[in-house]
Ligand binder design. Structure first.
Ligand code: SF4
Length: 720
């Protein structure tokens, strides 16, 4: 008897976690008994990581192998209180289409909303966006990227005229001064951090400045740590710029020729002498001046920033104030220099590119611009004037509208808002009150799934095809190593199947078919067509080029050999007059100041080895060794003042709710500040996750909530 045939394959793909976008080689075994992913290693040819992986990437195979908790069949119920039995795909898809069409007919298109994820692939995002805006004609489509990157988007657009960083990963190796602002890259972007460490080891002149209220691992390795009071970043950057003006460390010729608005900003800077700014920030003035000197006198200054700037009611101003430092000194557009926002999720960038948010149209177009709407209408073959002209509701407002009954149906894909949104009580209420909740998920055990009237089982990493764009604008292929388990299907397929059914019911007779593209490659080609002539033009890129030449950066125009590594090198920006813009950025305090009742500042953030709500990383025992359990970190002096000891259970409360956590004493946080990780949720803790306490105040321009800061009190947990 012949031995069973065993085939071993290696599939080139991209890590599904953070925005570094590391290339991976996925090893799989296929035989008569089935197929499974057997191992993952770093792709030595991928320019983002050159073979390196962090702890999360290295354990991808373990997370992919387990079917525990996977959503494997569609489930459907007609009344919230009923059980949700399995059904065929056809029944589930027909039901979703019928119920959405019915709601649109009764209440109009804006009674329907979509809430997506920066972990969807570009092709998934594209279909959803076209379904919402092109077919249903609602802009109520937002994403969890609103919670992490929208302030960076708004900052880039206001300063440069277009979204997207002007920098690339090679700049990590060329930078002489690296300014980390609100970024614990050592944990959140570990492979980039390794590249920085190696660059510093080779060049003794490289200096690191870290701006962070916590003494993170990144801060501990800095040459200068500015441990500012939470939320005071704008004052710090204004103070630094004041010093640069005073010392004549500006590139005045560049400011005069390539920017506008500097004189107005300069007037504001009078109020931010280094001494005054240092006082606001709670740092020694000498340190602020040193940071400004290092930044301004450096041959190449690179800023790396992340949620510490973005997750703030003043996130846009924080981004702008940092970009001002670069514009005023022309620290951008050349190797090693520039403001570089690090994206948290693997495809936050791709979602922005297809316009998969309530405030954008495809290919970085503006919903409110009639010419942009007309371009998209022409490319989608829609009647002129059919795209809705008003932006839709962004994440926080969207769930509020569900709670208020203005939105009747919400379709949630690949994200877990009952864990990740701020102020969870009202979010849960919204999900409970909604007439129809559709949850499209790979995992059936998230906090959001219990609210689903329809559960649509989705394929996940290792099982689906498409593309993602990483933090340096590099588009990489994601490839399937194995087939999805059970009846799980790719996200784009699910969205398209519903779209086809809705199109049959809602489209005008004779209308051009909107969803003819029926493969990821064809969807990508459609997306490409919308980018031509735009700042992110990828007219020269398709799946064949990605196959032959590997991951590529945008813009990648037709006929180009490669994409642009850096932008704005010629000093011409994407604004109407080609000039970058300075803005007036006064410092304003956090949305929720401390008080006698809530005297401590709660900061939130990531752990080194966990990802978001731990649907995947939570399956790997080795990933718990670094931080085995949730905890509230408090400065020893604050604990002593309250008579609290390490390890005991404490109740941490804000105006919105309370949570019981073990206490960990650490001088990582300053006195008056406590820290808790964002990963643990109601799935792990009876009292819920940290967003029970966080507050929903948003930045008026980016509409990003202040997830990083809330006023809280801490006391011994009382179980009597
Ligand atoms: Fe994945 Fe990010 Fe780690 Fe790279 S750095 S392996 S993309 S989690």
């Amino acid at each position: 008897q012949a031995p069973p045939a065993v085939e071993r394959r290696t599939t080139r793909s991209t890590c599904c976690y953070c925005g570094v976008g590391c290339g991976v080689l996925v090893h799989s075994r296929h035989d008569a008994a089935g197929e499974r992913i057997t191992g993952v290693e770093g792709d030595p040819l991928h320019p983002a990581n050159l073979g390196r992986l962090c702890s999360k990437g290295r354990t991808l195979a373990e997370t992919a192998r387990s079917l525990h908790g996977r959503a494997l069949v569609p489930e459907l119920r007609h009344r919230r209180q009923d059980p949700r039995p399995p059904v065929d795909w056809a029944v589930a898809l027909d039901s979703v289409a019928d119920r959405l069409a019915n709601i649109v007919e009764r209440h109009g298109p804006d009674a329907v909303a979509f809430y997506l994820s920066g972990q969807l692939l570009t092709e998934d995002y594209y279909v959803f966006n076209k379904l919402a805006k092109g077919l249903l004609r609602t802009n109520n489509i937002d994403t969890n990227s609103r919670l992490c990157m929208s302030a960076a988007v708004t900052g880039y657009k206001l300063a440069f005229g277009a979204d997207g960083p002007p920098t690339c990963y090679e700049d990590l190796e060329h930078a002489k001064t690296v300014l980390f602002a609100g970024s614990n890259a050592a944990w959140a972007h570990p492979v980039l951090f390794r590249r920085l460490e190696e660059a510093r080891a080779k060049d003794p002149d490289v200096r690191w400045i870290v701006v962070d209220p916590r003494r993170t691992d990144t801060a501990a390795m800095a040459d200068l740590h500015l441990q500012i009071q939470p939320g005071t970043d704008v004052a710090l950057f204004n103070g630094m710029l004041h010093h640069l003006v005073w010392e004549g460390l500006l590139d005045q010729a560049f400011i005069d020729r390539h920017t506008t608005g500097f004189s107005e900003l300069k007037r504001l800077l009078r109020d931010y002498s280094p001494r005054m700014a240092a006082e606001i920030c709670g740092v020694p003035v000498e340190d602020l001046v040193t940071a400004a000197e290092w930044f301004g006198r450096s041959a190449a200054s690179l800023s790396l920033y992340c949620m510490g700037l973005n997750q703030s009611v003043h996130g846009t101003d924080k981004n702008l104030a940092l970009i001002h430092l670069h514009l005023a000194t022309r620290q951008l557009g050349r190797p090693g220099a520039g403001p570089f926002s690090l994206t948290g999720q693997p495809n936050a960038m791709g979602g922005r590119e297809v316009g998969g948010m309530a405030t954008m149209l495809a290919a970085h177009r503006e919903i409110t611009d009639p010419a942009h709407r007309a371009e998209v209408e022409a490319l989608w073959q829609l009647p002129q004037g059919s795209l809705p002209p008003q932006p839709g509701l962004a994440a926080v407002e969207l769930f509020e509208a569900v709670r208020a009954g203005r939105i009747k149906a919400i379709w949630i894909a690949c994200t877990n808002p009952a864990h990740s949104m701020p102020d969870l009580g009202p979010v849960r209420e919204a999900l409970q009150r909604a007439e129809l909740v559709i949850v499209q998920e790979a995992f059936a055990n998230t906090d959001t799934v219990p609210y689903a009237d329809v559960l649509l089982p989705a394929a996940t990493w290792g099982e689906k095809e498409g593309t993602v764009t990483n933090s340096e604008r590099r588009i990489s292929r994601v490839r399937a190593a194995v087939a999805p388990p059970g009846q799980a299907r790719p996200d784009w397929w699910i969205a398209r199947e519903v779209a086809l059914r809705l199109e049959a019911r809602l489209a005008a007779p004779g209308a051009a078919p909107l969803f003819a593209a029926d493969t990821p490659a064809a969807i990508f080609a459609e997306h490409r067509a919308l980018t031509v002539g735009r700042d992110l033009d990828i007219g020269g890129l398709d799946y064949a080029v990605l196959e032959q030449r590997g991951p590529q950066q945008w813009p990648f125009r037709a006929g180009a050999e490669q994409g642009d590594a850096r932008r704005y090198a010629d000093g011409v920006f994407a604004t109407a007059d080609g000039r970058a813009r300075f803005h007036v950025t006064p410092y304003r305090p956090v949305a929720e100041p401390t008080s006698a009742r809530f005297p401590l500042r709660l900061l939130t953030g990531r752990l080194r080895d966990q990802w978001h709500g731990m649907s995947r990383t939570g399956r790997v025992p080795a990933l718990y060794t670094h931080s085995p359990e949730p905890a509230l970190r408090m400065h020893p002096e604050d604990a002593a003042r309250r008579g609290l000891k390490a390890g005991e259970l404490v109740r941490v409360s804000s105006k919105r709710g309370g949570l019981v956590l073990p206490l960990e004493l650490s001088d990582e946080v300053g006195s008056g500040t406590v820290f808790a990780a964002m990963h643990w949720s109601g799935q792990h803790l009876a009292s819920g996750g940290i967003n029970e306490l966080s507050q929903p105040a948003v930045d008026t321009r980016s509409r990003q909530p202040e997830l990083k800061h809330a006023a809280v009190r801490v006391e011994r947990a009382d179980f009597s």
